[in-house]
Design a protein around this ligand. Structure first.
Ligand code: PLP
Length: 488
């Protein structure tokens, strides 16, 4: 399968690239992104064929149907990463929390958030491609908490890839910080930045724009890649579980094959939702994808009113920090798919220059064919957490926005899958707060909640508090370059 560019081609590179090109060098012309030229058909016949398949078998079939230029052996090796999830036969368990409402838990991997679903196999493929081409890549990430740990975990000790993660000192939970600063491998670097997440992200941007840094990379023969969801290598693995969750419902006879359902997706950068959109377009019977946001509700406005407006807002710190995002990268891929490259480039340039764009009435209708959206405040999220905890099911604050939004938005009497994007253990002080428990820190919250709810804290979390801190750099913004040069 060939890939094309969301903002058209600048004439300096080929108009289509292979999957491996698109994932090694994810920057397309005019600052755009790569997207597949066509989608495979994964409609009823495909679903019927794989109805009883386990996760890896289904994943292999989906990756093959995209005709990616990756050897079968390597695909199998990448998918073996799911063997390290809690239950290798079913890495994404489905829980019924209401008679029409099922929570698909995407957090059973090593870092307890849904980022592992894609990053675990993606790391194997990217490193192996880099090695076979005898090229070296640097991946840099500014993280507010989940991307950092998952990126470090997948690339640790892998060949031909170095990873540097910047996090705001004091801006993550204890668990998230420990997941990063205890990662010990020569190809990994973790840097705490004095400031908030915006400062951290801005310092990364200025580092990547600096001539001195660029020259140093080229002197050392290191190329830059990316492991966030601008990379299609992440998105392709985020199509699989939507299909798998649907098939689980069919297998459990909760729905008939072909019956439409809702998918409800707590969204930030729109990668998870984009995977759902591609699954729907490829034939999965989805009535609508419901986009859940927190008070940073730019996506709600976009889908309900066609307005993408940054001027009227500033970033709010919420209890669901992985969704504290105003510039949602994968919206661009939806624009391209619906309205084409010329219009996408026009809209994205308006957003950059004027801080806002407005879709036309016809465009809004096209968007609403596939999506509906709403948001939940922190207080609403806390109420949901407490309500379900009382009934024995514990969820994290991101998942709670999904439950709230499903209740508010679903109009048809259809079943839904709501994605649980993180385990409660990553946000235990917030969860404790929702349950009316006073705690000093994550360790205490984990202890009290697990006892109260009769839950076991997974060993990957509990052992963090005993591990040595090996990544102890905390620096001023101006000193990041020096830290990076030392590392490289
Ligand atoms: C990354 C993340 C999200 C947002 O996912 P996107 O694909 O960026 O929309 C939601 N919840 C959690 C816990 C996350 O880590």
């Amino acid at each position: 399968m060939q890939f094309t560019e969301t903002r058209g081609n600048d004439g300096k590179r080929s108009t289509t690239v292979s999957f491996s090109e698109a994932i090694l060098n994810p920057q397309a012309s005019f600052g755009g992104l790569f997207v597949p030229k066509t989608l495979p058909d994964m409609g009823i016949a495909f679903l019927a064929e794989y109805i009883n398949s386990d996760y890896k078998t289904l994943a292999f079939a989906i990756l093959k149907s995209f005709e990616i230029d990756i050897d079968d052996d390597l695909i199998h090796k990448a998918l073996e990463r799911y063997d390290y999830f809690d239950n290798p036969n079913n890495p994404v368990p489905l829980n019924e929390i209401e008679s029409d409402c099922y929570v698909s838990e995407l957090y059973h991997g090593p870092t307890r958030a849904f980022k592992d679903m894609a990053l675990q196999p993606f790391g194997v493929i990217l490193s192996s491609l880099a090695k076979s081409r005898n090229e070296n890549y640097l991946i840099m990430a500014a993280t507010s908490g989940d991307t950092g740990p998952a990126t470090l975990e997948t690339f640790k000790n892998r060949d031909n890839i170095k990873v540097a993660c910047l996090y705001p000192e004091g801006g993550t939970s204890d668990v998230q910080r420990l997941q990063m600063v205890t990662e010990d491998a020569p190809n990994l670097k973790v840097i705490g930045v004095k400031g908030n997440f915006d400062d951290t992200q801005n310092s990364l941007k200025s580092l990547l724009a600096s001539k001195e840094f660029e020259e140093e990379l080229s002197r050392q023969n290191i190329k830059l890649s990316a492991a966030n969801s601008v990379n299609f290598g992440r998105i392709i693995f985020q199509i699989i579980y939507h299909i798998y969750s649907y098939l689980q419902l069919v297998r459990r006879q909760e729905i008939a094959l072909g019956e439409e359902i809702y998918l409800t997706v707590p969204s930030g950068n729109f990668g998870n939702a984009l995977g759902a959109y591609y699954a729907k377009k490829a034939g999965l019977p989805i009535h609508k994808i419901l986009i859940a946001s927190n008070s940073n509700n730019v996506l709600t406005d976009w889908i309900k009113n066609g307005a993408y407006d940054l001027n009227s807002r500033s970033l709010i710190k919420t209890q669901s920090p992985a969704m504290d995002i105003l510039i949602s990268s994968n919206v661009e891929r939806i624009l391209f798919d619906k309205f084409g490259a010329t219009r996408t480039r026009e809209l994205m340039e308006e957003l950059r220059e004027d801080g806002a764009y407005q879709l036309t009435k016809i465009e809004i209708e096209a968007l609403q064919d596939d999506f509906d959206a709403d948001y939940a405040t922190d207080e609403e999220g806390q109420e949901i957490i407490a309500e379900y905890a009382n009934r024995g099911y514990l969820m994290d604050p991101h998942t709670a926005t999904g439950v709230k939004v499903y209740r508010r938005v679903s109009k048809e009497p259809l079943k839904t899958v709501i994605y649980s994007t993180a385990e409660w253990t990553k946000f235990s002080p917030t969860v404790a707060n929702a349950l009316g428990i006073e705690v000093k820190n994550d360790e205490e919250a984990l202890d009290i909640i697990s006892k109260k709810m009769g839950l076991k804290v997974s060993s990957s979390i509990s052992k963090l508090f005993k591990r040595d801190i090996v990544q102890d750099s905390v620096v001023e913004k101006e000193d990041i370059m020096r830290e990076m040069l030392k590392f490289l």
